[in-house]
Design a protein around this ligand. Structure first.
Ligand code: MIG
Length: 807
């Protein structure tokens, strides 16, 4: 029995026996004797939606999460019945609904259970709010494991946890804090080699129990709304996750500078300080693409204004920074200062854009500017207005990105740290209280921001970052993990949280590198940055109260090491950009936890430290002080140690050296990794040659390389280049084939190939099927490099084998 502890428990109610069912195209409707209606909709062969109405009447069907454009159909649907069940069969799964009590089970076509109801749907009436607590319990099998749920700061595998989703400003949160900034009510279950997902699209406070209360039961429930969830079958986790991401949407490609290194602090001001920091990066040759303005750039924390004393001419400053290769990103909070001399406030007041309490007064709360009112971002007109406010800061001043904070929404000095629950919201024409709108408030703010920045930055691409979010919010914005702390435990948390966000459809994520609260040692800062350069979003941020956190603050050694890693990120930008494109196109997570990478290997099911960056780079952070190495698990297959090109065979745990200047990195054999030269910022130099690092293997491996103009929308007109490389290696032979799609023509004309682990001496070379001299390809034997035209279609190398063996 799952109850909500905050309220008096009135007893669970259950559907009774089936009296009738109807099948209409993709939907099957069931009605029970006690009036419960269950609607099963077949969205795809591997995706079913379940909705329950306790009194037979459904609510208006509306969701902020679902991306309607992405729902494709199914190829097969058959509905039949036997004595005990109604049986729905698609091309991929069978779903049975019990005539007795409407309990549901899903099965593979061979009859093997995927997920079966335990008590199944039940509910508890709530007199205070009307409606119900809606509940669902499912059987869990031994060795079943759970992953997902957004930004939860807890063990990667969720088995044994009970967690709830209610967006909360948690300054200096701790491990196992139940509620954080984001609500992503999506998880994946993995049993044996078969994975499925559950997306509980309910914006009220939701709760998830993964075998915490009872060993073989997993349940999820909400404080209101409908039991409305999507079941997605794999069997691969990648099938589940990409289907979930199709359902809730994908972002557009960010401008490439957004993937560079970013420096932030609360706060850099006045202008001279911002300039000083920026020039220090250039002086020290430490690559950096963006600098952030936190709340102190505003006039008395009034959004969309500037403190003219600190920033007398923001347009000039932004332009000067830009000419030095820096993009400016500025923060915008939701709280609008109550001030009749402030145009944003006046406009919103006159148009009735602010949230109100149930009986009419405005929702008033204290945040940085003092007493504020808060726009109701769940109203389309309000979003429209909010996006128009970016005209000046983006369109005229030239700020390139917007950072939305405090949008859980956070309110200071009040119980619950947010709006009272009676606050009213429009919810896009479905008026409701804050109980229902709370978890989407931040998402709708970020959405309005996205629309505005996109419009006024056009034809360049927008960059938005938000703290609060809900499922589907990845369509509009990137995110960071909020106010972490400069401790080793938080470094561990950052690693888990970013992997978890990637497993929750929100790949464009990063942590405050070095920790927001308190101050890291040089060692912690170094270790954190070594991990951070592999996170899709890479930004150093700290609250100013504890000292400086620029890379040069910790002394010469730390500067040297961290510079080397940021340079590595810049070299890997084409590889990261390619992974981002796969995320945008296919919903593939940019980081792949080992369990996602190889679910068939049960060794991966409880691993959390190691992950795959993109498709072919294995990374394992060092998360403890004072160590010279660590044990790590190398997934199955063969991998090259990035630092010394030694080949190791995976499927085992091993000791790897990792002195302070080294984070363990391995490259999958057969991989072809595109690399840029080091730049101080994206597009600093005109690229004259592009490097491809080729890691020899016996066998085949495919690699990809996506490119476009790094910003703007020409790629949507086919002006991109998508290269697929096929590597085939034999004892004494190697073939690299390239297939290119798209009309983009990069500025460089050649690739510099660098061979790693080539076990033979080159005897003959065939280029485009014709034998050539190695000298023609500028073969450099010592460095193992060769230069070829970028649009080659086949390179065939024949050699004399002298063996290459793995450790
Ligand atoms: O109450 O804007 O998480 O990144 O620097 C603190 C000041 C408000 C919290 C954010 C943090 C930001 C800070 N903000």
């Amino acid at each position: 029995m799952i109850t909500n502890t905050e309220l008096e428990y009135k007893g669970n109610l259950y559907p009774s026996g089936l009296i009738s069912y109807e099948h209409d195209q993709d939907t099957i409707n069931f009605i029970s004797k006690n009036g419960v209606r269950l609607q099963v909709t077949v969205l795809r062969d591997n995706m079913l939606r379940f909705r329950y109405a306790t009194n037979g009447i459904f609510e208006n069907d509306f969701s902020y999460a679902i991306d309607e454009d992405n729902l494709h159909g199914f190829s097969h649907l058959d509905v039949s019945e036997d004595e005990t069940h109604i049986i729905i069969t698609t091309e991929k799964i069978i779903c049975k609904v019990a005539k007795d009590d409407l309990r549901v089970g899903t099965y593979e076509l061979n009859g093997k259970p995927i997920l079966e109801d335990e008590q199944g749907f039940h509910w508890e009436e709530t007199f205070e709010f009307g409606g119900n607590f809606v509940k669902m319990s499912k059987m869990s099998r031994d060795q079943e494991n759970y992953f997902g749920l957004g930004d939860k700061p807890t063990n990667f595998n969720l088995k044994g946890k009970r967690l709830s989703l209610w967006n909360t400003d948690q300054y200096a949160f701790a491990k196992d804090t139940a509620e954080l900034y984001k609500a992503v009510p999506f998880y994946m279950g993995l049993h044996g080699n078969s994975a499925y997902g559950i997306f509980f699209d309910n914006t009220f406070k939701t709760h998830f129990d993964f075998c915490h209360e009872r060993r073989n039961v997993t349940s999820f429930w909400a404080d209101g709304g409908e039991m409305n969830y999507y079941f997605i079958y794999g069997p691969q986790m990648s099938d589940v996750l990409t289907s979930y991401t199709d359902l809730t949407g994908k972002p557009e490609l960010p401008p490439m500078w957004a993937l560079g290194f970013h420096q932030c602090k609360w706060s850099y001001y006045p202008e001279s300080k911002v300039k000083e920091i920026a020039s220090k990066f250039r002086e020290l040759n430490f690559p950096c693409d963006a600098i952030y303005l936190d709340i102190d750039y505003m006039d008395g924390f009034r959004c969309f204004t500037w403190n003219k004393e600190y920033f007398p001419d923001p347009k000039r400053m932004v332009k000067e920074l830009e000419s030095d290769g820096f993009k400016t990103v500025a923060i915008i909070d939701p709280g609008i200062k109550i001030d009749l001399n402030y145009s944003v406030f006046k406009e919103a007041l006159e148009n009735d854009y602010f949230c109100r309490r149930a009986d009419g007064p405005y929702m008033r709360g204290k945040v940085w500017p003092g007493e504020c009112y808060f726009p109701d971002f769940t109203r389309p007109e309000v979003r429209e207005w909010w996006s128009s406010l970016y005209r000046e800061i983006i369109g005229e001043i030239g700020v390139k990105g917007i950072w939305n904070d405090m949008n859980e929404p956070a309110v200071m000095e009040v119980p619950g740290k947010t709006f009272p629950l009676d606050v009213r919201h429009d919810f896009d024409g479905h008026p409701c209280s804050h109980r229902k709108a709370h978890n989407v408030y931040g998402m709708q703010m970020a959405r309005a921001t996205y629309e505005g920045v996109k419009k006024f930055n056009f034809p360049k691409r927008p960059f938005i970052i938000t703290r609060a979010n809900y499922s589907g919010g990845q369509r509009y914005t990137s995110t960071w993990t909020g106010d972490n702390v400069a401790t080793w435990e938080h470094l561990w948390l950052a690693n888990v949280q970013i992997q978890r966000l990637c497993m929750s459809g929100m790949s464009f994520a990063g942590s405050d590198i070095g920790g927001f609260a308190e101050q890291p040692s040089g060692e912690l800062f170094t270790r954190w940055l070594q991990l951070g350069i592999f996170h899709p979003f890479c930004r150093v941020h700290s609250s100013g109260d504890h000292g400086e956190q620029e890379p040069w603050f910790f002394g010469e050694d730390v500067l040297e090491i961290t510079r080397k890693y940021v340079e590595l990120r810049y070299q890997l930008l084409p590889y990261l950009y390619t992974a981002f494109q796969k995320y945008v196109e296919e919903g593939m997570p940019i980081l792949k936890p080992l369990v996602y990478y190889d679910q068939e290997d049960v060794q991966t099911h409880y691993r959390a430290d190691e992950f795959i960056f993109g498709n072919q780079i294995l990374v394992c952070p060092v998360q403890e002080p004072n160590v010279q190495g660590r044990r790590m698990y190398i997934p199955r297959g063969k991998w090259y140690n990035f630092w010394n090109d030694k080949l190791v065979t995976g499927g085992k745990e091993m000791w790897v050296d990792a002195p302070l200047d080294t984070i363990p990195i391995y490259i999958k054999e057969g991989a072809i990794i595109p690399k840029y030269p080091v730049q101080q910022y994206v597009d600093e130099v005109k690229m004259e040659e592009m490097s491809l690092d080729i890691y020899y293997k016996i066998g085949k491996e495919n690699s990809e390389f996506y490119e476009d103009s790094h910003d703007g929308y020409e790629y949507r007109q086919g002006i991109y280049s998508h290269r697929t490389f096929k590597f085939t290696g034999k004892e004494d032979e190697m073939i690299i084939q390239q297939h290119k799609q798209g009309k983009f023509s990069a500025p460089y004309t050649t690739f510099k190939l660098k061979f790693h682990g080539m076990p033979f001496e080159i005897k003959r070379v065939f280029f485009e099927n014709e034998e050539v001299n190695v000298e023609d390809l500028h073969y450099d034997k010592e460095n193992q490099t060769m230069i070829v035209h970028k649009d080659f279609s086949e390179l065939h190398i024949v050699g004399n084998s002298n063996g290459n063996t793995a450790e």
